[in-house]
Structures are given as structure tokens and as C-alpha cells.
Write a protein that binds this ligand. Structure first.
Ligand code: ADP
Length: 250
């Protein structure tokens, strides 16, 4: 089966010379939910930014990223951005319209057929994320959890094949976190979740990739990797509480 995401030998340095990713390769099957963990500065955000071509600054002759069989190149960038939706860490980076409705409508207006009435889609998506009736509210005056759901609605309204989420629970209280988790479970898209919230990763992602200093350290079953205390400690991570009594490969 063609992978939803295929990353081959991805190496990247920022313009200031910081080496952020070193020869990263992995594939994600359609419908899979992959966890991406690692200490601060390990390259998680940089990797996500490569999945829809926000990075590198200039696409090279040898694409390292393929989305559903389409190589990431200048002439496929628009199509790949339609297919891969990115939910950033800070909702304030993503919300820029005066109303929730306009924010959620922005993507479908950009990617859909010109002239199509996007209102039914926007309203159905707001219902789906639990924001029925929020259309005329100002995104700036919502709670962290509500803002996060507006961002998600804006991405979901574009019907992406792949959802890349960077620290989705960062600004959420326990209820917001629980609601986001349930919502993500209902979304059939392929998902890649970068997070320090290892309990979220255990609950949501059957498989996980560990990055450290831009290197892919491990790729395997979440419960096996995260229950491996020496592995976790060696890479600035901690065995999650829910796996305390579990031994690797048990
Ligand atoms: P993570 O998401 O795992 O915290 P990042 O992808 O943000 O890691 O960072 C990976 C490395 O790239 C770090 O060394 C970080 O300091 C560096 N980095 C991130 N953004 C930039 C940037 N815009 N310019 C230069 N270096 C950067």
C-alpha cells in the first residue's frame, strides 16, 4: 500500500548552520496515528514543518518527502498543502480573522472550487469540534481549548489526508485535553502527533518515533518503546506513569 507519508534520508540545517535533522527515514500508513517524541530541540517541529513543505526554504532536486505517492516539489506544493494539515503549537499563530467563521472558512475558500458556498461545510465542521454557534465570536476572546478547536476545525474543513499536530495539548486544561483526545480519535485522517504529553501518546498512538539531536533513535510499538526506561532516560524522556508496571516487550 502507498504510504500516506514517506520520508527518505531527510537531512536539514537551518540557514544559521544549526543541524536539525540527520538522515531521517520512516513511513506512515494511511489511517495510522504516529507519535513523535524527543527532548526539546530534538527536531520534532522541524520534521513536521517538512511534511507540507513549509521547510526547506528551497525545495531541492531530490525530494525527501512523499505524500500519498506525490513527491514534494515546487509544482506539487499546493496539492501537498491541501493534503497535509498542520496544527501549530500556539493557536494564536494560526488564528487571524475577526470571527471564528472566517477563520474556519479561510482554508476551504483557498483550496476549494471558487464560488462554492463553504457555509454548510464550515458549520458542520464547527459542530464536529463541539463549537456549534461559535461562528460569530472573535477567536481572540476564546479559551485556550476553544482556540485549539477552531484551529483544528480550520484544518479539518480542508479535508486533509494527513493531520500533523505539534504539541496539541500544550495550552489545554485536563478537560480540554480529554475532549481533544476524544475528538482526535474520531478523525479518520492519518495523524502524526509531536508531544511531550507521553500519556497522550500512549493513549492515541500505537506506534512512536523517538528523535534526539535530529537523529531517529527508535521507531516501534509505543508501549514497547515508552516502557523501556533506560531508552527513555538516555534520551531525556521519562517512562510514563501508566506504563510503570510494564516491562519492554512483555
Ligand atoms: P523540537 O520541536 O524537538 O523542540 P525543533 O525542531 O524546534 O525541536 O529544533 C531542532 C533544532 O533546530 C534545535 O537545535 C533548535 O534550536 C534549532 N532551531 C529551531 N528553529 C530554528 C530556527 N528558526 N533557526 C535556527 N535554528 C533553529
Amino acid at each position: 500500500m502507498t504510504p500516506a507519508i514517506d520520508v527518505r534520508h531527510l537531512t536539514y540545517s537551518y540557514p544559521d548552520g544549526t543541524a536539525a535533522l540527520r538522515d531521517i527515514s520512516f513511513a506512515v500508513a494511511p489511517g495510522e496515528c504516529l507519535g513523535l517524541i524527543g527532548p526539546n530541540g530534538s527536531g520534532k517541529s522541524t520534521l513536521l514543518l517538512h511534511l507540507n513543505g513549509i521547510l526547506p526554504e528551497r525545495l531541492g532536486a531530490h525530494p525527501a518527502v512523499t505524500v500519498s505517492g506525490i513527491e514534494l516539489a515546487p509544482d506539487t506544493l499546493f496539492e501537498i498543502r491541501r493534503r497535509v494539515g498542520m496544527v501549530f503549537q500556539d493557536p494564536d499563530d494560526q488564528l487571524f480573522c475577526p470571527t471564528v467563521y472566517e477563520d474556519v472558512a479561510f482554508g476551504p475558500q483557498q483550496f476549494g472550487n471558487p464560488g462554492t458556498d463553504v457555509r454548510p461545510l464550515v458549520e458542520a465542521t464547527l459542530d464536529m469540534v463541539g463549537l456549534h454557534g461559535f461562528g460569530e465570536r472573535s477567536p481572540q476572546h476564546l479559551s485556550g481549548g476553544e482556540k485549539q478547536r477552531v484551529c483544528l476545525a480550520g484544518i479539518l474543513a480542508c479535508r486533509p489526508d494527513v493531520l500533523a499536530l505539534d504539541e496539541p495539548t500544550n495550552n489545554l486544561d485536563p478537560r480540554g485535553r480529554r475532549e481533544l483526545k476524544s475528538l482526535l480519535r474520531t478523525i479518520p485522517a492519518t495523524k502524526i502527533v509531536a508531544s511531550h504529553d507521553l500519556e497522550l501518546i500512549v493513549e492515541l498512538c500505537p506506534r512512536t518515533v523517538i528523535l534526539d539531536a535530529g537523529v531517529l533513535i527508535a521507531d516501534g510499538a509505543t508501549i514497547d518503546l515508552l516502557a523501556d526506561e533506560p531508552l527513555m532516560l538516555a534520551h531525556g524522556l521519562e517512562k510514563p506513569h501508566s506504563l510503570q508496571h510494564r516491562h519492554p516487550h512483555a
